[in-house]
Design a protein around this ligand. Structure first.
Ligand code: SAH
Length: 371
């Protein structure tokens, strides 16, 4: 709580420890904003929704999304929108408040479970919470970008004697030095967190991510909405991915704890399992395919045509390359969605397949069609 990375440092951005897609290009958040509008339309334009972001970093992604909502005021005019940010870092929540409200926020509002509230520059109410469970129930669109990779994992190694947990120990030979050791026998975690059908020899499991996905799936099943998860990760194939970053360089995870960003690839197969069939799931699909389906090429052309100076045009092309190039962020980042079952299959369609008009495809996972 006091010495952890996100409470002490939390260095997102060029001057920090790692850079993320929304910090690279405004186009990223704009296309995600369009995704929510497109799902809102496909789900029959409910007259209210909450946008709930887990781990909003500097607030840039929400800011870009709210700009799109503002530009599409004519479409959203009859809809009551509010923003709910789940953030544990006091430092980052302050940065978000400045970015989104110009710093005009009220701490500890009496009427809400939130620890802070304010109004966005575009006039939308914003609330801050430490935990998803504090966010009031209701029709919600959830967003988790580079959130799940930041949550703690357990590591396991298969041995001749069965599964053992990888633990952190104090090196008895070197002062102030930590080391990895294998548990001498099974542990509660080896008993509970490894899937019986696991075929890998080394696995990383993030139970906290599992619990959050269970909660998201229950909330979507009960109150409606959708969740969009974007992160680097794999579909249950990778093994040892735990690593640290400090000042944009790889950093030994065991040295100077609390001063570096610790991260592990997200196992989307585990997230899918944790939805427990309460919602449908889509993906993971590669970032470059998702953004292409969302119309990034067209958006880039418009921005290039509208920008007069060479430096801006170069910057636009450079950031497009960062997001889309398979060698950069295009292939290793993935998009994954939780959607109510009825969004993908008409409830009565099994019996009478021709009886209803087809459901609109889910943008990003298929090409965007905005009427
Ligand atoms: N989504 C942002 C930031 C990613 S960094 C972007 O893409 O730029 C991870 C974010 O998750 C930070 O805002 C961090 O403070 C927050 N975070 C980390 N652990 C958390 C937890 N347990 N609960 C809520 N937020 C958390």
């Amino acid at each position: 709580p006091s010495q952890g990375y996100y409470t002490r440092r939390g260095g997102v951005g060029e001057s920090g420890d790692f850079i993320t897609s929304p910090e690279i290009s405004q186009v990223f958040g704009e296309l995600i904003g369009i995704w929510y509008i497109s799902e809102w339309m496909a789900m029959g334009k409910p007259n209210t929704f909450q946008l709930v972001e887990l781990g909003p970093g500097r607030g840039t992604l929400t800011d870009d999304i709210l700009r799109v909502f503002k530009q599409l005021t004519s479409v959203l005019s009859k809809c009551d929108v509010s923003v709910h940010l789940v953030e544990v870092s006091p430092k980052l929540s302050e940065i978000q408040a400045v970015m989104l409200t110009g710093g005009k926020v009220q701490p500890n509002p009496e009427d809400k479970s939130a620890y802070m509230k304010g109004i966005s520059k575009t006039g939308i109410p914003i609330f801050w919470y430490r935990d998803l469970q504090d966010v009031p129930p209701g029709y919600s669109f959830y967003l988790a970008h580079e959130f799940f990779d930041a949550l703690p994992i357990h590591k396991f190694q298969r041995t001749e004697k069965g599964w053992r947990e990888v633990l952190v120990d104090i090196d008895p030979e070197v002062p102030d030095q930590l080391r990895f050791v294998l548990s001498p026998s099974r542990t509660p975690a080896t008993q509970n967190f490894i899937q019986p059908e696991e075929t890998r020899d080394h696995v990383e499991v993030c139970p906290e991510a599992g619990v959050i996905v269970q909660r998201l799936a229950s909330r979507i099943e009960k109150d409606g909405g959708a969740a969009l998860v974007a992160d680097y990760g794999h579909d249950g194939t990778k093994t040892d991915t735990f690593r640290g970053f400090r000042n944009h360089k790889l950093h030994d995870v065991l040295s100077a704890p609390g001063t570096a960003d610790l991260t592990a690839d997200v196992d989307f197969s585990y997230l899918r399992k944790m939805a427990q069939g309460r919602t449908a799931t889509l993906g993971p699909i590669k970032q470059r395919e998702f953004l292409k389906n969302m119309g990034i090429d067209l958006r880039l052309q418009v921005l290039l045509q509208n920008s007069g100076d060479t430096a801006t045009r170069e910057q636009l092309l450079h950031s497009y390359d960062m997001l889309m190039n398979p060698e950069k962020m295009g292939d290793c980042f993935n998009f994954f969605a939780l959607l109510p079952h009825h969004r993908l299959v008409h409830p009565d369609r099994k019996d009478k397949p021709e009886s209803k008009s087809p459901l609109p495809p889910v943008a990003g996972f298929s090409e965007l069609l905005l009427k």
